[in-house]
Design a protein around this ligand. Structure first.
Ligand code: KIV
Ligand code: ZN
Length: 517
């Protein structure tokens, strides 16, 4: 059996199903290109039949990468499969990933089909997919709660009809490492044509075991692991890419497994995702959290000084956390900024670079030295925000400590394509200055969402650090996340709020109708 495990990243599909993690197409492309740099083998770009917006995003992602395989997810139904194929076929190496539920509980209550009908649907779906491409993955949704004998039967049919990868997901995060190990081993030993396909695993984290289960399945012989960056995903998330990879690497003598992942791209990938979805990496997160390599206790610090191996099982450099050589300041020229942007994993056009250059120079005039995060924040701010419908043109804020209550004045531009079609302004009082600014913005755009969360953090250290603000809003059941960075915390708050409103608008336009998974 090969000792190479293929890494299938589903950040852009299952990851995007994580509440508040919606990404626009440009952001998905940036993420896909970073995943290519990271060295994963396959990315799942989305669920093309879900909506026109998803279809177009998958198509754009497929065209934006050149080395990795691009999968489109689809239910085991011919029209879904055709839609997925149309979306991914432009990729250099496209894959159709079709799935159907196999557990009694899903077949009876969700699909309302008998096992024989599900078997027949699998036969038809996989045969149809295989008539379009040789690269077909089939998934038995809720496999870990399915009858083992039925799984043997249906997996055999999927392989016989042309599936080259068969995925055995723990859809609801229910299984335990030893049980999952036994299931994968059993299937690989019992399905008569098992050797004709790669066995894949896909684990959810409802009991906090997604990574442990994935590793157990790899020990049992699975040779594809489905993971997401930072473990984002439906409900409690999926198996985290960085944890699976670093377990395989750090304990190589035990697993004896190779992957194509460049571990030094792990931290840049997690940081990019965090910037895009506006959710900070938790400090205690394994591998990539701020505390993952911080040693607080005196005994630990003493040991580290004597020999880092006492308390460090991997180095920060190995996961891409060490600082880099190019330091950006106000004297940096366009070549240095271009090199830094590329080092951070962005491939920008000359026009985009010029915009980022001006923004970075503007920031460098205010700060002595810029950190990588500052430059990255400018890239995301200036390059991924072009198609906003509302933009703040100007604002002034009075916070007040005496009798005059806090108030704000905001001038807002309304944009269509690249043109400003209208300008409106308003002044309002508020409980505090942020409340006053948000009040102005709501009145100007005539949308009054609930502010579900508001988080401020310093992008780097120092009083001159950029403030990173992320907000989550909800309007008539639709949620959107917005984020922004600025040297001024009130301005960053206003921009983040407007960003969330723009995203809300976009989501309303492309309103997703997810088929039930
Ligand atoms: O969790 C799951 O079962 C899935 C499948 C669609 C692969 O995401
Ligand atoms: Zn899943």
């Amino acid at each position: 059996m090969s000792d190479r495990v293929y890494i299938f990243d589903t950040t852009l599909r299952d990851g995007e199903q994580s509440p508040g993690a919606t990404m626009n197409t440009q952001e998905k492309i940036a993420m896909a290109q970073q995943l290519e740099k990271l060295g994963v083998d396959i990315i799942e770009a989305g669920f093309p039949a879900a909506s026109q917006g998803d279809f177009e995003a998958v198509q754009a992602i497929a065209a934006s990468v050149s080395k990795i395989q691009v999968a489109g997810l689809c239910r085991a139904m011919v029209p879904d499969i055709d839609r997925a194929w149309d979306a991914v076929k432009g990729a250099k190496n496209p894959r159709i990933h079709t799935f159907i539920a196999t557990s009694d509980i899903h077949m009876t209550h969700k699909l309302q089909k008998s096992p024989d009908e599900v078997l027949e649907m699998t036969r038809k779906a996989v045969s149809h997919a295989a008539s379009l491409t040789k690269n077909v993955e089939w998934s038995a949704e809720d496999a870990s709660r399915s009858d083992w004998e039925f799984l043997v039967k249906i997996t055999e049919v999927a392989i016989a009809c042309g599936a080259t990868t068969v995925n055995i997901p723990d859809t609801v995060g229910y299984t335990q490492p030893f049980e999952y190990y036994k299931l994968i081993k059993y299937l690989m030993e019992t399905v008569p044509n098992a050797s004709k396909a790669i066995f894949s695993v896909h684990c959810h984290n409802d009991l906090g075991l997604a990574v442990a289960n994935t590793l157990a399945a790899i020990q049992a012989g699975a040779r594809q692991a489905e993971v997401t960056v930072s473990g984002i995903g439906e409900r409690a998330g999926n198996a985290s890419l960085e944890e699976v990879i670093m377990a395989l690497n750090t304990r190589k003598e035990m697993y004896q497994i190779e992957t194509g992942v460049d571990t030094e791209q792990i931290f840049p990938s997690c940081r990019l995702l965090s910037q895009i979805i506006g959710q900070p990496i938790p400090p205690y997160k394994a591998i990539v959290g701020a505390n993952a390599f911080a040693h607080e206790s005196g005994i630990h610090q003493d040991g580290m000084l004597k020999n880092p191996l006492t308390y460090e099982i991997m180095t920060p450099r190995a996961v891409g956390r060490a600082g880099t050589n190019i330091v950006i300041g106000k004297h940096s020229g366009s070549h240095a900024i271009k090199a830094k942007v590329e080092e951070l994993g962005y491939h920008l056009t000359d026009e985009q670079l010029a915009v980022v250059f001006t923004a970075v120079k503007g920031l460098a005039d205010k700060k002595v030295q810029l950190h990588d995060e500052d430059v990255e924040a400018m890239v995301l701010e200036k390059v991924h925000r072009k198609r906003d419908r509302y933009r703040i043109k100007d604002m002034s804020v009075f916070s007040g400590a005496g009798d005059v209550p806090p108030h704000a004045a905001v001038v807002m531009e309304f944009v269509e394509g690249d043109k400003v079609i209208r300008e409106k302004q308003v002044t309002k009082f508020g409980v505090g200055s942020v409340d006053a600014v948000f009040g102005c913005v709501c009145e100007l755009v005539d949308v009054h969402p609930t502010l579900e969360s508001y988080q401020v953090s310093a992008v780097t250290g120092g009083t001159d650090a950029l403030a990173g603000v992320s907000v989550r809003i909800e309007d008539h059941g639709i949620r959107a996340v917005g984020r922004a960075n600025d040297g001024d915390v009130i301005k960053a708050s206003a921009m983040a709020f407007v960003n969330a409103l723009n995203r809300l608008e976009k989501t309303k336009e492309e309103k997703r109708e997810w088929p039930s998974l």
